[in-house]
Design a protein around this ligand. Structure first.
Ligand code: SF4
Ligand code: SF4
Ligand code: SF4
Length: 268
């Protein structure tokens, strides 16, 4: 299990631990203020931060900055990829969700109303402190799950996010327009999220080589071999999101606990 499970998981995966969604935690550490300030004006604030990062990322300074940036991120706003079955379990814990426009896509695509983010607290005080641009929708658990299942089929990767760790305030559904994807994976600047507690593998007996799963994978972890006309998953590249399974008509892809897969066990 990842370091957040050890620190905040009470023997369970940290994002399946009820106290990490609790009102008590939200009441502490100025979390409402932090979350509101994080979301309001994200699209005006973040391009400037990215410019600053661009200035140092190819210099020796980045080596010094990387552990500091990661440490701060882990304290304030850190994520982890979660497959659909864990999303279902999270919705056994929370009361419902607030759907809101994705702030990353505001920056990366200019779309101000891409509704891929789900707030996991219905706290009125926090909701009222978000600016009018968010036009929030309140969803029941069932409504939220139905819409997230559709996103899973489209290949969007689910992740949970802290607002002052360990409080979990949001569940995101992302592709390559995600700032976290770019900073952690595409640009490899510094990690702002963990991979999932899971890793995928393909059964060579079941795979028919259709390659539909390859289009679904945001991380380039699936390779096709013309030799045996089947695909295989590189466990060291797999983030464990599980969305490749949604398009496999042969049910050839399964997830296993990351800890049980030797090549992937220590890769977060
Ligand atoms: S993490 Fe994903 S859903 Fe959340 S704000 Fe970023 S792109 Fe949007
Ligand atoms: S979608 Fe399934 S059957 Fe098709 S290549 Fe991928 S694992 Fe094989
Ligand atoms: S191979 Fe791994 S990273 Fe790629 S879609 Fe499947 S579970 Fe996600």
């Amino acid at each position: 299990m990842c370091e957040f499970c050890t620190q905040h998981g009470e023997g369970e995966k940290w994002y399946l631990t009820m106290s990490n969604y609790s009102r008590d935690l939200l009441d502490q550490n100025d979390r409402r203020k932090y979350a509101a300030e994080f979301l309001n004006g994200f699209d005006q604030r973040v391009p400037g931060s990215i410019k600053k990062l661009d200035m140092i990322r190819k210099t020796p300074l980045m080596r010094l900055a990387k552990p500091i940036l990661t440490h701060v991120q882990k304290q304030d706003h850190y994520g982890q990829v979660v497959p659909m079955e864990d999303v279902e379990k999270i919705f056994e814990i929370v009361q419902g969700a607030i759907r809101l426009p994705c702030v990353c896509r505001r920056v990366t695509t200019g779309n101000m109303n891409a509704r891929y983010c789900y707030g996991l607290t219905l706290d009125k005080q926090l909701v009222n402190s978000l600016d009018d641009s968010f036009s929030l929708e309140t969803l029941t658990k069932e409504e939220a799950l139905d819409s997230i299942r559709k996103l899973d089929k489209e290949g969007l990767v689910h992740s949970v996010w802290t607002f002052k760790t360990p409080f979990i305030g949001g569940l995101c559904n992302c592709d390559q327009d995600c700032m976290a994807y770019r900073i952690t994976h595409a640009r490899r600047d510094y990690p702002v999220m963990f991979r999932a507690e899971w890793v995928a593998a393909v059964s060579a007996d079941l795979c028919n080589g259709c390659r539909l799963c390859m289009r679904q994978c945001q991380y380039g972890a699936i390779r096709y071999s013309s030799n045996n006309k089947k695909v295989a998953i590189d466990p060291t590249a797999c983030y464990g999101c599980g969305v490749c399974r949604a398009v496999c008509n042969k049910n050839a892809i399964t997830l296993s606990p990351r800890a049980s897969v030797k090549e992937a066990a220590g890769i977060w």
